[in-house]
Write a new protein. Sequence first.
Length: 308
Amino acid sequence: MPLPFFGAALGLAGLGASWQRAAGDDPNLLWISGTLAGAATLVLLLAAGDHVRRWQRGGGIAGAVHALPVLSALAPLPMVLMVLPIWLVPLGTGILSAASVLWAAGLAGHAAIAIRIWVLLLRRPQLLADATPALFVPTVGMAVAPGAAFALGHVPAASAAAFAGAVAWVCLLPAVLRRVLTGTELPNSAVPGLSILVAPPALVALAFGLLSDSAEGAALFTLISLGFLALAAILVLRRAYQAGWPDFSLAWWSATFPLAALANAALLTGEMTAAPAYDVAATGALGLASLVTVTVGLLTVRHLIRQR
């Protein structure tokens, strides 16, 4: 299973968290969240198990962990470990210990990846010339930590992780925007990653809402995330017009989690502000995230069947 399958697990887990917030206590909708969380867990276990076997046979990723693209592809793994407890917490106090261990392992793993990325960037600043939105995954991804922080009692650590993620976003955004707006043409494999522009402000919006109960902060960054969604759509459509629509690859999974994060942020903002506009945005974002995830999932199945 290629490394992008970790992105598939993250997309499914993120969409499950969004559906859980949308469902509330409605049992007619909660099954959707549970199904997505179960699918995310299965994909994560399959992908992790496959790469452990490769590593044991000497054909895995052990020799390439210094490479920035590989670290970016691995980053969704610890992020999933931080997202899954959002679904586990409502199952009862008996499972909180296991959820807490998953969350802590995810945060520690992601922090290690982020530190390694920053060391690479500080030693080789020329890498920023080729920066794409995929760079946000291993650096800003820690901002998913607040999701289950209150229930697990990890608010200080989650606050620090969210702050680190927000600072990373602000620091890297100019280089990423310069690359995608004025740099050399992105390869086809990087085009789906343009949607990652949507995720950082959505995660910051969630952090504001969950950690500081700031409706104004959540609303502001949700609007910024919507703005980046419009920018990403324009960039993808422009590329499709100039060079044709990129062929399907597993890289399209990178479009799933950002849309799910935006839907979650809009849902939370709508709850906090009671503004109908955010409810409309949340419904649209959740529908779009679900449609994209189902479509990419079906295309992935077809892709795997054709490769056999």
